[in-house]
Design a protein around this ligand. Structure first.
Ligand SMILES: [Zn+2]
Length: 144
């Protein structure tokens, strides 16, 4: 019984690590992609609410690349079989937090973009394009 439980916890830890690794790889591809195109930004800014993945303070741009698992994507979100109640609560809290974060920036006239991890993995070029268009729009609104 105890051994089985430990195994489960261990397996879960490995799954979570794999999810995080995939996500940070996608994030790196995106940030490298826009950097090469000449965009300058800060990454994973801890001083800003919700720790945005990409920040361009000058144009009040924050971009979040949302993990399908942690942000409970309607297409790929799933509840792990073990500890279901824990996960349901946790993922629900994450969703609420995302809404709070989004409102926080909207209320302060920031330009906030949320992009799903699956959009990046499905069509990288399109995701990159979407992000760059978003930044360009924020930039032109700013200088108007
Ligand atoms: Zn998804």
């Amino acid at each position: 019984m105890t051994a089985g439980r430990l195994q489960t916890t261990d397996q879960r830890r490995r799954n979570m690590a794999a999810i995080r690794a995939t996500h940070s790889k996608l994030e790196d591809r995106i940030t490298r992609g826009i950097w090469v195109k000449g965009y300058r930004f800060r990454k994973n800014v801890k001083g800003l609410y919700g720790k945005p993945d990409i920040v361009i303070q000058k144009y009040r741009v924050v971009i979040f690349i949302d993990s399908c698992f942690w942000h409970a994507c309607p297409i790929h979100g799933n509840i792990p079989k073990n500890n279901q109640e824990f996960w349901i609560n946790k993922l629900e809290r994450n969703k609420q937090r995302d809404e709070e974060v989004t409102k926080h920036y909207q209320n302060r006239n920031w330009n906030i973009l949320r992009i799903w991890e699956h959009e990046v993995s499905r069509d990288f070029a399109a995701a990159l394009e979407r992000i760059m268009n978003f930044i360009d729009t924020a930039k032109s609104n700013r200088s108007r």
